[in-house]
Design a protein around this ligand. Structure first.
Ligand code: PXG
Length: 288
């Protein structure tokens, strides 16, 4: 039995799960999305992801045609229909079918899509070895152009950065903001460790407020570590003792090289590894 995809209240076999070529999600990237993980039947930080989806939608004046509770039920039912316990959930809301032309107000109905599948962003060995990152030329969207807090379907800013980092032979791209401060990566938030303190760019650096980022801050503070949300420059990254990334798909992953320079010894650091362990325990725990 193949994968079933939810569209507007109905489940379709994967091959028949389709949207119109006139959907403004396709024509203009007019829509929002979320990526959520389900561990052994437990949906990790479900309410936080649902809240962020509704905030993203409100920010672009897109109404989600369901209450949060109804949407959560729809997600659970889709998981059930697919008999999935460990899964990656992609929620997508598009503006729907409209005319050619930007005007979103002639669109006739939002498309609400739930895909439950698997995702492996990085190969397993990178969690032990660490990955190499590259500071890309493309800057993160200015918050008054398209606020990075909005998880919109228009990810070209991030895709351009991804192309640049792949062309440079690196695995992930680090993006600076218009002032030259570190913002985030193409699909992850960034942390460094310096003199046993943890630093991450503040939300006003123009970043997606990552749910995994919040979990990392909580885990670190609970363990008695100092976490500072401070503006960081390229220099701060180069002289860091440790560096790691956080995201729903990636979890926590060490960074050992930036722009071809080793971060400290060029091996994953002990703070990073202890947080990675805590994160794995947490996701395992909540699935018991
Ligand atoms: N920054 C950006 C730009 C993201 O897209 C994160 C940070 C991390 O946020 P969370 O809430 O996940 O901790 C993201 C999330 C993909 C993919 O398909 C990307 C994300 C999530 C899931 C899948 O590459 N990005």
């Amino acid at each position: 039995m193949g994968l079933k995809v939810y569209i507007n209240g109905k489940l379709y076999p994967k091959e028949e799960a389709k949207v119109s070529v006139f959907d403004h999600g396709l024509l203009y990237g007019d829509g929002v999305f979320e990526g959520i993980r389900c561990y052994n039947g437990h949906i990790f930080k479900f309410s936080e992801h649902i809240d962020r989806l509704y905030n993203s939608a409100r920010a672009i004046t897109l109404e989600i045609p369901k209450s949060k509770e109804e949407l959560k039920e729809a997600v659970k039912n889709t998981l059930k229909a697919n008999n999935l316990k460990d899964s990656y959930i992609r929620l997508v809301v598009t503006r729907g079918v409209g005319k050619l032309g930007l005007d979103p107000f002639n669109c006739t109905g939002q498309q609400l899509i739930i895909i439950t599948d698997s995702i492996q962003l990085y190969p397993k060995e990178l969690y032990k070895k660490g990955l190499d990152a590259f500071i890309v030329p493309t800057i993160r969207n200015h918050y008054e152009a398209l606020n990075p807090k909005i998880k919109s379907l228009n990810y070209l800013n991030n895709i351009l950065a991804k192309i640049e980092c792949i062309n440079a032979g690196a695995t992930e791209g680090i993006m600076l903001n218009k002032d030259g401060y570190v913002a985030e990566c193409t699909g992850d938030n960034i942390f460094i460790v310096k003199s046993n303190e943890i630093f991450t760019p503040p939300t006003y650096a123009g970043i997606l407020i990552g749910i995994t980022r919040n979990v990392v801050i909580e885990l670190a503070e609970k363990a008695g570590m100092v976490v500072k949300e401070e503006q960081l420059t390229r220099y701060d990254l180069y002289i860091a003792d440790e560096c790691f990334l956080s995201g729903t798909a990636a979890g926590i992953i060490p960074v050992v090289k930036i722009d071809g320079r080793n971060i400290s010894s060029g091996k994953p650091g002990k703070v990073t590894l202890s947080l990675l362990k805590k994160y794995q325990e947490l996701t395992k725990q909540c699935s018991e």
